[in-house]
Design a protein around this ligand. Structure first.
Ligand SMILES: Cc1cc2nc3c(=O)[nH]c(=O)nc-3n(C[C@H](O)[C@H](O)[C@H](O)COP(=O)(O)OP(=O)(O)OC[C@H]3O[C@@H](n4cnc5c(N)ncnc54)[C@H](O)[C@@H]3O)c2cc1C
Length: 550
């Protein structure tokens, strides 16, 4: 048999985290790195055009299209869980919102055993990573991730959402990632504003665009696409390489230094389990040879749930463009000629963190979109022809935790995903309190003025019991799966230590959203890239010594 090719590091998955790692580990020139990605190229028009989000959302060519198990907390409904299966991973199909998360999210990481991941420390990493492009084109920072204020290209209707916030005396912030000066009784991060996005010059600016594109030019990086890793190879509790399938053929690669799993919150725990690292009782039943009994693998799943309510509008919203063929054609031509117009910005336009009654810190995120859509059987959205808008709310820090387990020992089989939503009394209370905020927003004088009709089910007609039932029957994932291989103190409560090393197996790390100890309050792409950037420094330090990253 020919000898397996050897690299210093093997990174499984070219998603948000994997792209950062590929760049950081190759830039010093001291290591060879192979990235193995199950999906294919991201050079597709509908990936690069921001409004193409609606199409990649259900496109099996770039999307794993997972389905969750019947979720008792959601009336046994089965949720659709898209995940990127393409270079750039979920950062190539996500809605591009850039939200760092709130300071206490990371202080809670540190409290959960992820020492060194407190807000003060991670804030420095964020600042070094970002270049913020303000609405007037001025820039701030010199990091590789471009975060744009796109308000000038957004629908004029979106300003009504901010006027509605002002009606309610909710703060309006210039930057949802910055800290406003707190007013009386106001938390610094509380308020609504235009959502900033990973969009550059009218194009999606995915983790692949930021990090992989420049790294691939280096001689010490090799990227294999269309290649699904099926097993981590181990010898005497050390990771030695991986086995993967490409074009129907099985191949192996050896890692001289480490194997790094960046396959995301669904697939990283799946791959550990397929490799015999997980709950022994479950894995033995499936006939998988055990390497390490680690019951925490796949446990602790967290995600954000949100509920949306729809309204017909008296003024033009994005529906007047995207809901009609002539509008789509005009917007398409404008985009092709100028990289501007309605297709150059994401559909989530106004958002913000708010506090429900009695909360000390912001505990919900609100989204306001100047568009409404139905969902077709294949999951694709169909924009309504009539003008409409939607209001949506998401509790930020759920306490419910679900799990991921294997369905079968076949690497091609999707895993079981049990979100276990609304399984704590606290989450049920927050779902109701969050819905009260939507009721207030819908009744603001500004939104009442521009609303032609409220659509069913009408949140204003609901008491607390009905609000909870509405949440159970209608809320869905906002695609922020995390925490399934979480960092922590030891193997009884976590899968990795605070340097992302898998407890009990040498030369193996998990570096992606699955390592979050708890889900952050907002969208999870920014924290995933931040985590990978800090983790890359740790990998280099542990392999070359502290001076190598000074
Ligand atoms: C539809 C959608 C919308 C979202 N919107 C936003 C948003 O607007 N803002 C935001 O901040 N966050 C958003 N998110 C969440 C955010 O994008 C993710 O949290 C983040 O991208 C996770 O990064 P990751 O590196 O953990 O995983 P991913 O980026 O998912 O990367 C995992 C990679 O590993 C590959 N892989 C998996 N298994 C294997 C295997 N066995 N072998 C080889 N490769 C494998 C996958 O194909 C994928 O490329 C959204 C997510 C989705 C799905």
């Amino acid at each position: 048999m020919t000898k397996a090719p050897e690299f210093d590091f093997i990174i499984v998955g070219a998603g948000s985290a994997g792209c950062v790692l590929a760049d950081r580990l190759t830039e010093c020139g001291r290591f060879t790195v192979q990235v193995i990605e199950a999906g294919g190229s991201d050079q597709k028009f509908f990936i690069k055009m921001p409004m193409g989000y609606g199409l990649t959302f259900s496109d099996a060519r770039v999307n794993w299209k997972y389905q969750a198990e019947p979720d008792p907390g959601l009336g046994n409904r089965i949720g659709y869980w898209p995940r990127g299966k393409v270079i750039g991973g979920s950062s190539s199909i996500n809605a591009m919102a850039y939200m760092r998360g709130l300071p206490h999210d990371f202080d809670d990481w540190a409290k959960a055993g992820a020492t060194g991941w407190d807000w003060k420390t991670v804030q420095e990493t964020y600042e070094a990573l970002e270049t913020v492009v303000e609405a007037d084109g001025t820039t701030c920072g010199s990091g590789p991730i471009v975060v744009s204020d796109l308000r000038n290209a957004m629908s004029p209707f979106s300003r009504h959402f901010l006027d509605a916030a002002r009606d309610l005396n909710w703060p309006v912030l210039g930057d949802l990632n910055g800290s406003a000066s707190p007013g009386q009784n106001q938390h610094p991060n509380e308020g609504m504003g235009y959502m900033r996005a990973t969009v550059r010059n009218g194009r999606r600016w995915s983790a692949a665009d930021v990090f992989l594109r420049r790294a691939i030019k280096r001689h010490n990086l090799s990227v294999v696409i269309g290649a699904r890793v099926e097993r981590i190879l181990t010898k005497e509790k050390l990771a030695t390489g991986v086995r993967y399938r490409v074009n129907g053929e099985i191949r192996e690669t050896s890692a001289r230094r480490e194997v790094i799993l960046s396959a995301g919150a669904i697939d990283s725990p799946k791959l550990l389990m397929l490799s015999g690292i997980g709950p022994a009782a479950d894995l033995r039943t499936l006939g998988i040879d055990m390497v390490l009994d680690q019951p925490q693998v796949g446990q602790g799943l967290q995600d954000h749930l949100a509920v949306s309510h729809y309204y017909w509008a008296k003024e033009a919203t994005l529906n007047s463009i995207l809901g009609r063929r002539t509008g789509q054609f005009r917007a398409g031509v404008q985009y092709l000629l100028t990289r501007g117009g309605p297709l150059s910005v994401p559909v989530n336009q106004v958002s913000g963190y708010l506090r429900t009654s009695g909360a000390l810190v912001p505990d919900v995120q609100v989204y306001c979109n100047p568009a409404t859509y139905a969902t077709l059987p294949d999951g694709a959205p169909l924009v309504d022809r009539d003008n409409g808008f939607l209001l949506c709310v998401q509790p930020c820090r759920p306490t419910s935790r679900g799990w991921i387990t294997l369905r079968s020992a076949d690497p091609a089989a999707a895993p079981r995903i049990q979100p276990n939503s609304l399984s704590t009394a606290e989450d049920q209370r927050t779902a109701v309190a969050a819905s009260h905020l939507l009721q207030q927003l819908a009744q603001s004088p500004t939104l009442q003025r521009v609303t032609r009709a409220r659509r069913d089910p009408d949140i204003l007609e609901m008491d607390d019991d009905a609000l909870l039932e509405n949440f159970r029957q209608r809320a869905g994932t906002v695609f922020h799966a995390s925490c399934t291989c979480r960092m922590g103190d030891g193997p009884d409560t976590s899968v990795t230590d605070n340097r992302l090393r898998v407890h009990g197996i040498g030369r193996l790390r998990v570096i992606d959203a699955s390592a979050f100890p708890n889900v952050t309050s907002g969208n999870t792409n920014a924290p995933t890239m931040m985590l990978a950037d800090r983790a890359a420094r740790m990998v280099i330090e542990d392999n070359l010594g502290r001076s190598a990253v000074a």
